[in-house]
Design a protein around this ligand. Structure first.
Ligand SMILES: [Fe+2]
Length: 283
């Protein structure tokens, strides 16, 4: 035990206080370091690693945006409202996660797409209207990209992803293709439909304040990777979908990447450090 003076009325502790860092003289400069030191006693290595990064990134975020006390309180009130909106049949935190793109990121990292061959279907039968997706992955010079791995996923005609259906989860409407050196891809898929996100909670309020529409246009997600190129995560939309130009995520005047008829081109950057770009179809 520590040599520190013993005081009366001290609770019995199951750890050695002397192992804890001295937290006096806390300052903006050493707060992160001190929190990391306290958390370093965690015996679960995975939890310890996650918390270390969480503290590091969240402290850096606060510094980067110069978060004010008022803004911090607004954030707490917002998160409180998100929690209060949750019920056994309503999960507002998942909705918030969706809006921030975190759900899709976690989904992409944790749900490997079934491998399919050229011409095969990523969707099982009875999921709606089917389509053939054809295209070519080229670099910014127009040359085919070699060694492309394409991951793609979509909703069915109910506007739901396979992970959102009640009952037992079954992988559907998602797949992974290894493209030949000509960069051509061809697969069968169900035509996705536009779908609304719930808008009667704090996330809906946030979207309203941000002037964002709650409808997502129908889209087909694509994540592309190839040796020597930056990975590209994007989505293809359908010409004529009214929610493309009405959604606030993309300005009406900005370039919309569309899947028209049966063919589209996807361009990779020519430089590994360049910003990936998706260019429009050829029609
Ligand atoms: Fe989506």
């Amino acid at each position: 035990m520590s040599n520190a003076p013993q005081h009366n009325n001290m609770p019995k502790l199951n750890f050695d206080l002397s192992k804890l860092p001295n937290l006096t003289d806390l300052s903006a400069e050493n707060l992160c370091e001190n929190v990391q030191a306290i958390n370093s006693l965690c015996e679960n290595p995975r939890l310890k690693a996650i918390m270390e990064r969480l503290v590091q990134h969240s402290h850096a975020f606060v510094r980067e945006v110069g978060l004010t006390t008022e803004e911090w309180m607004q954030a707490i009130e917002f998160l409180t409202a998100v929690g209060q909106k949750c019920s056994p049949i309503r999960q507002e935190f998942i909705l918030l996660s969706d809006v921030l793109g975190i759900s899709a990121l976690v989904d992409n990292l944790n749900f490997p797409k079934p491998a399919i061959s050229t011409g095969e279907s990523i969707a099982s039968e009875g999921k709606g209207e089917y389509m053939l997706v054809l295209g070519k992955v080229v670099d910014t010079e127009g040359n085919p990209v070699k060694g492309v791995t394409m991951e793609t996923w979509e909703t069915d005609d109910t506007g739901m992803y396979d992970t959102q259906h009640d009952g037992q989860f079954a992988v559907d409407c998602r797949g992974q293709l290894k493209l030949d050196d000509d960069g051509l891809y061809k697969f069968r898929a169900v035509r996705p439909v536009p779908y609304p996100i719930p808008n009667d909670g704090p996330v809906g309020d946030l979207l309203q304040k941000l002037n964002r529409h709650e409808y997502r246009p129908a889209h087909l997600h694509m994540m592309l990777s190839a040796p020597g190129f930056e990975p590209l995560t994007t989505a293809l939309y359908f010409e004529g979908d009214p929610f493309i130009t009405r959604r606030v995520i993309t300005k009406p005047s900005s370039k919309i990447h569309q899947l028209q008829a049966d063919t589209c081109f996807i361009r990779f950057p020519c430089s590994p450090l360049a910003t990936p770009s998706l260019v429009s179809n050829r029609r």
